[in-house]
Write a protein that binds this ligand. Structure first.
Ligand code: FPP
Length: 253
């Protein structure tokens, strides 16, 4: 969980996690501390998004998932939702060329159909432009909620059973994974949450079964490439056993 970020060892580029997911939290508190409107926090947070996307591609991360707007966030004041949608549209348009230049494929996880039409239109252009890019997938979680994702997967599987395209015996963990928004992608190796909160907040709950979790006290607008690298170094020190024990012990036993 939370660790001391004083790692003297260098980052091992051979042991970069394949999939990093981030709960970007603390924009509002950042703004409040500076006596600013919450939207200013989201604006500064958008700049951090840009920094971390570029750094991730450079470091060799294959999949970066950013929790930008949850199904619950629709319940925020209308002005804040509108501002977030505007920022999102701005990001999708302004970063289009950069994503293309860096060979990054944009992917949306969540209820894209609930976003304003103009935002969906810009997203679709970027999705189409970047669809063959291979260096990194950038999953933007938009109107995303894990319970909604699992519910929709269950409905989809039930429909296939009712139309006899599948039978009950076909239901396996892999089949369920294949009906989630993240189908075909590795589960997150590392989930980072900023701003010191210890919650998963309806994020990737199926996929997080064996993810390492890191809680950073840094508020998202202040999150930097240096902090990110220290977290990756902390991850590299961890012993991931996936519920098993070391082979040498199990062989003896
Ligand atoms: C949580 O902070 C953050 C969000 C709900 C939105 C995240 C949005 C961005 C980082 C900017 C726009 C996104 C992109 C992809 C350009 P909070 O508002 O809950 O902060 P608080 O807990 O301090 O109030």
């Amino acid at each position: 969980m939370k660790s001391n970020l004083k790692n003297d060892v260098p980052l091992d580029l051979e042991k970069i996690p394949a999939h990093v997911a981030v709960i970007m939290d603390g924009n509002g508190r950042w703004a409040k501390k500076k006596l600013m409107n919450r939207v200013k926090g989201h604006e500064k947070g958008s700049q951090t998004v840009r920094t971390i996307v570029t750094a991730s591609a450079r470091l060799g991360i294959n999949v970066l998932t950013l929790y930008a707007f949850s199904t619950e966030n629709w319940g925020r004041p209308k002005a804040e939702v509108t501002a977030l949608m505007m920022l999102l549209k701005k990001f999708i348009v302004s970063e289009r060329d950069e994503l293309q230049k860096n060979n990054i494929r944009l992917n949306i996880i969540g209820q894209k159909y609930r976003l304003p039409e103009d935002v969906q239109k810009e997203i679709d252009i970027t999705l189409e432009l970047t669809r063959n890019n291979t260096r990194m997938i950038l999953n933007l979680a938009l109107s995303y909620g894990s319970r909604e994702e699992i519910t929709s997967a269950v409905k989809n599987i039930a429909q296939k059973i009712s139309s006899k395209a599948l039978c009950v015996e076909d239901i396996t963990q892999d089949l369920i994974s294949d009906h989630l928004y993240t189908r075909g992608q590795p589960d997150p190796d590392l989930i980072i949450r900023t701003s010191g909160e210890y919650r998963l907040s309806n994020f990737l709950m199926w996929q997080a079964a064996y993810s390492e979790i890191f809680i950073s006290d840094v508020l998202w607008p202040d999150f930097s490439e240096d902090v990110f690298i220290e977290i990756l170094k902390d991850y590299q020190k961890r012993d991931r056993r996936f519920g098993k024990i070391e082979c040498s012990i199990s062989n003896d036993g």
